[in-house]
Write a protein that binds this ligand. Sequence first.
Ligand code: AHG
Ligand code: MN
Ligand code: MN
Length: 328
Amino acid sequence: MQRHTLVEQFVHDQAKVPGATGELSRLLSRLSLAGRMIAMEIMRAGFVGRLGLTGDKNVQDEEVRALDVLSNDIFIRVFETVDTVSSIASEEMSDVYYYSGERTGKYVLVFDPLDGSSNVDANGAMGSIFSIHRRCTDGPRATLADFLQPGSEQVAAGYILYGPATMFVYTSGGPVNGFTLDRAIGEFFLTHPGMRIPEGTGSYAVNEANEAKWDERTRAMVQRFRLGQTACGKRSARYVGALVADFHRTLVQGGIYMYPGEAKRKNGKLRLLYEGAPLAMVARQAGGHATDGERPILEVEPAELHQRTPLYIGSRADVEEATRLLRG
Ligand code: AHG
Ligand code: MN
Ligand code: MN
């Protein structure tokens, strides 16, 4: 076999860190297990009656789909036995989730178990996003403060993309590596080593149906991208409606993804801790950039678990240009 498996890559990364104990590798391996389980559930959802809404709303007053709940349960379950993860937090849970028993592990994990879940019923791409921090407090169990660290402090971050192929893309502070699942044997293989976001090419992605909710500057900025009046020139629009899928395309082909703030929703829709910050770390390690329209996403100090943020992410020049235009 000529290609690294995902687990071999973890071991390889770990060997470069003096004193590493293998705990991060174990955590990442478990994430890949959650990803394989969720990919399987998505594939079977139509057969087993798991499409559609549950009728409930989550903590952010958004409609919950059966697969959101199931994916969240899978994450909870796979980390049950991994006590290196002290506690977890997720889009689908209002507060930090504590496992029973003593968990003095040094990491906390935060995730969006199923991003883009409105695509479920349309057989569209979706993903899971994860962010790992080392605890910054040393009490007997993790506290909210361990989760409210800026993105620049992330130890590792990435996502699992459930598209035509399932992919695991992550960085632990070095290169961004992308792995593709060979479904026949249930193993991820390195297919995209050292991913770099191309410059001067690619599409722009934004939900233009929200235009009436934007301020004048945002409208004018997006219009320049639409009319090809940015440094990069003429380009196409693309919008999957699943951040992971839109980001993955941007990572591979270049360009920019935007979710601006709105008149009634100043910070837009996306969440800082389990959408913006992890993807911003991936973007940075791939040579790209991410801002909230003013500051680099990775420098934002979170004040709450489910904090929202405007997001401009992708090729460095595009993100810098968009940010400049927004500042006026
Ligand atoms: P989630 O499914 O985790 O709630 O996230 C949905 C997000 C994100 O995936 C996507 O980019 C965005 O919502 C799309 O929002 P609009 O439908 O407002 O464009
Ligand atoms: Mn999401
Ligand atoms: Mn979600």
